[in-house]
Design a protein around this ligand. Structure first.
Ligand SMILES: Nc1ncnc2c1ncn2[C@@H]1O[C@H](COP(=O)(O)OP(=O)(O)OP(=O)(O)O)[C@@H](O)[C@H]1O
Length: 366
C-alpha cells in the first residue's frame, strides 16, 4: 500500500475547541488537541482540572456543549452529529479495568471481536502471546495477579484494533515495582499496533516516561503543550515548573530590565520598569557551601552572588537529601537537594548559590 504524506501527517485523533459546562461552569474550556498515528499524548493536570471529562466526550459517553471530534479526519461528533461509542474505533482502559469475572481470560479478550471463531481465536492467541499470558487463556480473572489482569485488560482493549486508545490513570492501581514494567510493555505494544493514545494522569513522572507530547491542563484549559523535555526546560509559568518538582521563588521588581536580589542581579528583558516578577528555580539547582568566618564562595558568572542562610531542616530522601534554609536577608525558606547523604545540623550557617541558567523569570500574577 502506498502511504501518502497526508496519511503520515494527518492526526489520528483531533479535537477542536471542546467545551463542557456543568451548572454553567466550563470544566472543559476550549480544549484542542491532535495526536498522530502511533503517538502518545498525556493529558497532565491536577485533580478536577477536566481531564476525565475530556476523555469521556471523546469516548462518546458524555456530550460536549460545543466543539468537534475527528478520527482519521472524519467527524465523529459535534453538537448535531454523533457516532455512537461502539462505532468510534476507540478503545478504553481505566484504572478500574473490570474484566468480566464469569468469562475466561480468552473470552474476555475476544469480547469485542467480530468475525469467525477461528479469526477471533487467532487474534486472542496473538495478543495473549504478546503480553506473555497465553498459558492463562482458559483461566478466570480472579486466578491472576493485579498486573496480569491489567495486561489482559490491555489485550482486550487492543483486540478490535482501535485507532485510538483512551487511558485514564490505567496504572495507578498497581504497586510501584510492577508499574514501571507494565507501563513500558504497554507502550511498546501500543506503538507496535500503531494506536494513538491519549493518556490521562496527574503524575508528572508517568507523563515524562510515556508521552511523545504532554498537554498540561489547568482549570479546564490546556496551558502548555510540547515534548516532555521542552515542557520541563521551558515551562509556561510558575505552576508549570511546580508541577514537575518542588520550587523556590524569589520576588523582585524590575528596573532597567534588571532585578536586584540577594543572589545578585537577574536579567528580565521585556518587563517594564516597576514590573513585579518571580524568579523560580528548582531545589536541585541550588548550590551550597560552608561558611568561612562569615564569608561564602566567590561570586561567579554562572552562580551569581552567594546568600547566607541557616539550616532549618534536613531530610534523607534516598538517592539525595533535601535541606531547607531560612535565609538571612528576608527570612524566607529556600530548599536545596544534594546528592547522597548530606544532613547538616539545624542552625548551621551555609551559603547558597543559584544556577542562573536554570532560573525562570515570570511576571507576578494577580
Ligand atoms: N456529571 C458532572 N456533574 C457536575 N460536575 C461534574 C460532573 N462531572 C465532572 N464534574 C466536575 O468537573 C470538574 C472536572 O472533573 P474531571 O473528572 O474531568 O477532572 P479530572 O481532572 O479528571 O480529575 P481527577 O484527576 O480527580 O479524576 C470537577 O470539578 C468535577 O467535579
Amino acid at each position: 500500500m502506498n502511504i501518502t504524506p497526508t496519511q503520515i501527517t494527518q492526526p489520528r485523533l483531533e479535537i477542536r475547541n471542546l467545551i463542557r459546562r456543568f451548572e454553567g461552569k466550563a470544566v472543559v474550556d476550549d480544549v484542542s488537541l491532535s495526536i498522530l498515528p502511533g503517538h502518545v499524548t498525556c493529558l497532565l493536570g491536577p485533580s478536577g482540572c477536566g481531564k476525565s471529562t475530556t476523555l469521556r466526550m471523546i469516548a462518546g459517553v458524555d456530550m460536549q456543549d460545543s466543539g468537534q471530534i475527528y478520527v482519521d479526519g472524519q467527524l465523529i461528533c459535534d453538537t448535531q452529529f454523533r457516532v455512537p461509542p461502539e462505532r468510534r474505533s476507540i478503545g478504553l482502559m481505566f484504572q478500574d479495568f473490570a474484566l468480566f469475572p464469569h468469562l475466561s481470560v480468552g473470552d474476555n479478550v475476544a469480547f469485542g471481536l467480530s468475525g469467525t471463531k477461528a479469526e477471533k481465536r487467532k487474534r486472542v492467541t496473538e495478543l495473549l502471546e504478546r503480553v506473555g499470558l497465553l498459558h492463562f487463556i482458559d483461566d478466570y480473572p480472579h486466578e491472576l495477579s493485579g498486573g496480569e489482569q491489567q495486561r489482559v485488560a490491555l489485550a482486550r482493549a487492543l483486540a478490535p484494533r482501535p485507532r485510538v486508545m483512551l487511558m485514564d490513570e490505567p496504572f495507578s492501581g498497581l504497586d510501584n515495582r510492577l508499574r514501571d514494567g507494565i507501563r513500558d510493555e504497554t507502550l511498546a505494544l501500543l506503538k507496535e499496533e500503531g494506536t494513538s493514545v491519549l493518556l490521562v494522569t496527574h503524575e508528572p513522572e508517568e507523563a515524562m516516561r510515556m508521552a511523545d507530547e504532554i498537554a498540561l491542563m489547568r482549570g479546564g484549559r490546556i496551558v502548555q503543550k510540547g515534548a516532555p523535555y521542552n515542557i520541563y526546560k521551558s515551562p509556561a509559568d510558575k505552576e508549570a515548573v511546580a508541577f514537575f518538582s518542588d520550587i523556590n521563588v524569589l520576588q523582585g521588581n524590575v528596573q532597567g530590565a534588571l532585578v536586584d536580589t540577594a543572589f545578585g542581579q537577574f536579567l528580565a528583558p521585556g518587563v517594564p520598569d516597576g514590573g513585579a516578577v518571580e524568579i523560580v528555580f528548582r531545589p536541585q539547582h541550588v548550590g551550597i557551601d560552608f561558611d568561612r568566618a562569615g564569608r561564602g564562595p566567590n561570586p561567579t558568572e554562572l552562580q551569581g552572588m552567594p546568600a547566607r542562610g541557616t539550616v532549618e531542616r534536613a531530610r534523607f530522601m534516598g538517592s539525595e537529601s533535601l535541606v531547607e534554609f531560612r535565609m538571612d536577608h528576608d527570612g524566607a525558606v529556600l530548599k536545596a537537594t544534594v546528592p547522597n547523604v548530606f544532613l547538616p545540623k539545624v542552625g548551621t550557617a551555609m551559603w547558597l548559590t543559584v544556577r542562573r541558567d536554570r532560573c525562570f523569570i515570570f511576571p507576578r500574577k494577580g
